[in-house]
Ligand binder design. Structure first.
Ligand code: NDP
Length: 343
């Protein structure tokens, strides 16, 4: 989750699955029309003529936020106005971290989740940060804790993250949560937000995963590895490509579903993709672009313009996986709140 706030969110103007007006887009994103159309497209080789359908993460995330808001409202009604709470801890004044934290707080506010905020100066000691985490661990009004990364260099991130109580680990990075994700017969309390968002995009786009070949490009703890575990749980046959993999193109060409999370701008090319495959592009890379005010633009790990010509469905960057990540943080916080209220 922590790598995620950086994503902005408007998609390129190719053929979109959900279209305006917004209400219709929400209905399609969460309902039968969306699924039926995507299903009709399938992930087989019989792709309709023309470009891939766009998996519109913005519209799907908006639909999920509506669902979360409805659940939060219902919880509040049933529990004397108490709502799930998310604590965000930020250390130092990095502009990007401040922006992500602002986005997370705003997202909480929109769905009725209470957000707690603790800001510490760059000069804070590790012990001070640990004390803040311990305070939120003990606070019954707080159901999720997120420490915004990166922490200042003089701190041990692993130690700080390990201090977060397992029941409030809404980022899902605790080794016990990851371990349970990997084990048959076990369920983690939380699933890491970005990979959870990838699976949600696939499901809500009507992609049937059981029996499909999935390739995940990247094996990081926060994206690639948990994405591969989730796809395996969904009965895909999963191959993981990493920096030492020989001939990734050949391996990717076998895939019905590709999840690209290698942090290398537009590395996955058109000739890596089997016609009709579904592409989830997690990558967010800034590339120089003097035509943009900021001097750069964001691209994914997939060569979108060319890959969309062979894929059946594809996420854009921005506007694909990015909007889902914060949404899944809200979803994890809601789950945690529900568990706490039911206890
Ligand atoms: P990491 O740098 O932690 O991991 C990258 C992974 O890709 C590693 O496993 C690495 O292999 C593999 N890799 C790197 N180069 C190659 C290559 N040439 N061929 C095959 N595999 C390669 O990145 P993250 O997992 O944190 O993030 C991946 C991307 O996703 C980034 O662009 C990041 O910005 C983005 N991201 C987006 C989020 C969102 O919400 N949209 C959230 C989080 C990340 P090895 O293990 O061998 O080094």
């Amino acid at each position: 989750m922590n790598g995620a706030g950086r994503r902005a969110s408007s998609g390129p103007s190719i053929q979109k699955v959900p279209t305006k007006p917004r209400a219709a887009a929400f209905r399609r994103a969460s309902g039968a029309v969306f699924v039926a159309r995507a299903r009709a497209m399938g992930i087989n080789n019989s792709r309709p003529r023309g470009d891939a359908a766009l998996i519109d993460g913005k519209a799907i995330a908006a639909a999920i936020r509506e669902e979360i808001k409805a659940e939060v409202d219902a919880l509040k009604k049933a529990h004397d106005g108490r709502a799930p709470g998310l604590a965000v801890v930020i250390v130092g004044a990095r502009k990007d971290s401040q922006t992500y934290v602002r986005m997370k707080r705003k997202a909480c506010e929109e769905v009725g989740i209470v957000s707690f905020h603790k800001e510490l100066p760059e000069t804070a000691t590790e012990e001070e940060v640990l004390d803040v985490v311990r305070g939120f661990n003990a606070d019954d009004a707080c159901h999720g804790i997120l420490v915004q990364l990166p922490l200042p260099k003089h701190m041990n991130e692993e130690r700080v993250l390990a201090e977060i109580s397992l029941e409030k680990d809404v980022d899902g990075f605790h080794p016990e949560n990851i371990g349970k994700l990997a084990m048959k017969g076990h369920e983690p309390l939380f699933v890491p937000c970005t990979p959870k968002g990838c699976i949600e995009l696939l499901k809500r786009s009507g992609v049937e995963l059981a029996g499909k070949n999935a390739v995940v490009v990247g094996r990081s703890n926060i994206v690639g590895m948990p994405a591969a575990l989730l796809l395996m749980k969904a009965d895909c046959t999963v191959t993981v490509v990493h920096s030492k993999t020989k001939d990734p193109r050949r391996i990717c060409r076998e895939a019905d579903v590709v999840v690209a999370a290698c942090g290398s701008a537009e590395m996955v090319k058109r000739d890596w993709i089997k016609p009709g495959a579904v592409i989830i592009d997690v990558g967010t890379n800034g590339v120089d672009d003097p035509t943009k005010k900021a001097g750069y633009r964001l691209v994914g790990d997939v060569d979108f313009e060319n890959v969309k010509k062979v894929a059946s469905q594809i996420t854009p960057v921005p506007g694909g996986v990015g909007p889902m990540t914060i949404c899944m943080l809200l979803s994890n916080t809601l789950e945690s709140g529900k568990r706490a209220f039911a206890a």
